[in-house]
Design a protein around this ligand. Structure first.
Ligand SMILES: [Fe+2]
Length: 286
């Protein structure tokens, strides 16, 4: 059976892609952020995942305001990236795990999540930058299942709904008959606002609360309304929905293995975390 080995979450701001292309790893502005990936590198080398299920939000590359699904699941053999501006180089394609995608889509629909199924899907910086950060040699040894959550056009799904979506994905992964080591990934956030009178808004105290509570008390965060989340975290801070789905997919005993928080990266509070996920039976056997 497939096993969920843990989760990684990271910001995905486009400027990171440019910094990677220009190899600014030791630049004083970037170093505190990139250093946060030393542990991620170690953890990935140790855990050797086969598949990454990635919760992210599309920024207008594959979906635009005219047709924007609340939840969309990729079921493609390959996911291409295209030029989306921002000076980010176009990324290489990523291989998809089609069979796992359909298994998860089936699980979601049985659980009453009526998702959009995408047998063709372009992936933007919200997928490619975390991939480039997690595997800096750019060899990308995993297949992916990308799951897009609308964080762009209101009404947005609630934090509680995204947590439940993650729960369904977690159950789906664990009922998949192949012996795969699956990691879950949430991208985006933390607090930031890119437009309007509050442009540049960052709320460090609220970010710390999110990072403190998401491991053991995610239900506390799930109680926030989207309106209150925007107030506390900024208009684009709602990308935390991807983190909530990732956390929901961790169905065992969850522990924080690593946390890095650095402000600002391109007007955004940048956080990188690694969460372990140990099943109850494994703990009893240990
Ligand atoms: Fe974003």
């Amino acid at each position: 059976m497939a096993a969920i080995i843990g989760g990684v979450a990271t910001t995905h701001v486009p400027a990171i892609g440019k910094a990677i292309a220009e190899k600014k790893y030791n630049d004083p502005y970037w170093k505190p952020f990139f250093k946060g990936f030393d542990y991620v590198d170690y953890w990935l080398a140790r855990e050797k995942p086969d598949v990454a299920v990635i919760f992210y939000n599309d920024h207008g590359l594959n979906f635009f305001l005219d047709k924007l699904p609340t939840f969309a699941v990729g079921a493609a053999k390959e996911y291409r990236s295209e030029d989306e501006g921002w000076g980010i180089p176009v990324s290489r394609s990523v291989a998809g795990d089609v069979d796992l995608s359909w298994h998860l889509i089936n699980t979601l629909v049985v659980d009453e999540f009526d998702v959009t199924m995408c047998q063709e899907m372009l992936i933007d910086h919200a997928v490619t930058i975390p991939m480039a950060l997690m595997w800096p040699d750019q060899k990308w040894p995993v297949k992916i299942v990308p799951i897009s959550i609308n964080t762009v056009q209101h009404p947005l799904p609630s934090l509680a709904r995204c947590f439940k979506l993650g729960r369904s994905i977690g159950r789906g992964i664990e009922s998949y008959p192949q012996n795969l080591r699956v990691m879950v990934v949430g991208t985006g956030g933390l607090s930031h606002q890119l437009d309007g009178p509050r442009a540049g808004f960052i709320n460090k105290a609220f970010d710390q609360l999110c990072l403190d509570k998401i491991v053991a008390e995610p239900q506390l965060l799930a109680r926030y309304s989207i309106h209150d989340w925007v107030k506390e975290s900024g208009a684009q801070g709602v990308e935390f929905l991807n983190w909530m789905a990732m956390r929901g997919a961790l169905t065992g005993k969850v522990s924080e293995l690593h946390r890095n928080y650095h402000i600002p990266i391109s007007n955004t509070a940048a956080a990188t975390v690694v969460y372990g996920n140990v099943k109850e039976v494994q703990r009893q056997a240990a």
